[in-house]
Design a protein around this ligand. Sequence first.
Ligand SMILES: [Cu+2]
Length: 480
Amino acid sequence: MADGLLSRRRFLAAALGAGATTALAACGSSRITASSQRSPLTGPVSQEITLTARQTQVDMAGRAVTAWAYGPQVAAGGIRATAGDRVRITLRNDLPEETSVHWHGLAVPNAMDGVPGVTSPAVAPGGTFSYDFVVPDPGTHWFHPHTGLQLDTGLYAPFIVDDPRERGGYDHEWVLMLDDWTQGVGPDPQQIFDDLVAAGEQQGSGHMGGMHMGGMGMDGGDVAYSMFVINGRPPGDPDSLRVKAGDRVRMRIINAAADTIFTFAVGGHRMTVTHSDGYQVKPVRADSLRISMGERYDVLVDVGEGVFPVVAEPLGKVGEALALLRTVDGPAPGQRRPEGLSAYPVGIEALQSDPAVELPAAAPDVTYDLVLSGSMAPYVWMFNGVTHDRARPLMVSEGQKVRLRLSNMSMMSHPVHLHGHTFQVGPAGGGGARKDTLLLAPMARADVDLVADNPGAWMLHCHNAYHAEAGMMTRLDYST
Ligand SMILES: [Cu+2]
């Protein structure tokens, strides 16, 4: 089996054998078992998984790099389950500092959400914590720490949830985790953050500074990275998937970057977008796709004959992330910037929910305004004019229909992510896509509707790791 390849047929075949395991795309370990049983939390555990957060040496195109990861490689250690499975995942912390795991996109019970100080204690170095939940939502999801800037160290992996009712209709799957990379090749994330804060202070006092500052404004993020990777591999040593000409490939694309929006395209091919953040959309043909931090898109590609570059181009930054789709041997193509990258990318505004996953039309019981603001100097990012430490949670009651009116009053883009829920873009029943992460361009507004059906205290934050660290976080809390 080629790198990063998981054939649906092989997966299904494996799933039929009790306790069978097979390898998940981009994941070296083989911990995928599948069960068609839907089990309540009192039911049997379908999978016992140990996840070890650790420091590891990875090979980045011949360069030895010390990363933090959940497996021997970055983006390894992924989990695959079937919706309804009960999983027990024990996190073992072999890092020199506290950590946690958040299951991004999965509406798990609040106590399993992995936010230290809000839902569960931080896991100390040498410690463990067992997350135990019934896997709720089919689709392309992922996990990462909810502790400081650890997301930008390489700690992330896919969490793929199969829908037992889905027909499939493709030959192969390929999980592609996009990332901006600094750990071991540039300043570490804390240094980047400290420099952003220092540059903000200097700029505010009339001095310019900052080695790593993008200063790119608008969509370009705040940080210049020297490397961009797909499945932990830089362009000099790309991940690849080999298939037969005429095969249909389902790509599950996850943007795990801390500070980078990507435009994604496949050389010589158009894509059909089928899912956003794990939820079905009406299929849309796309030459290229815009994907912000925390978002996921699933696309289908009917593969022609040859070797094709799969490129994620960082918006407003220099560089590229590369993988290769091939049906034949041979070198990577010399001209590897897909033409599709020059087309206007499909983004969330072009997508409509599949009627099967739409929220029923309903007027909101409660409406909250969420104003996004902040600046590079001083380096502060806020919701409703306050940083996280001073934020008052948005209060809801179980069963309420909730509308969030998001307005970005800053000159930066912000992917807004809500834990524990999936909202509908635009009014409930209005046709917009179901999402848990929505990109707001500079000065953009959007309304999202959700149903308060998962009691607890839930983070609502910008998925730019540096913006979140600088204060752009609040909560959606249920009154008891
Ligand atoms: Cu932001």
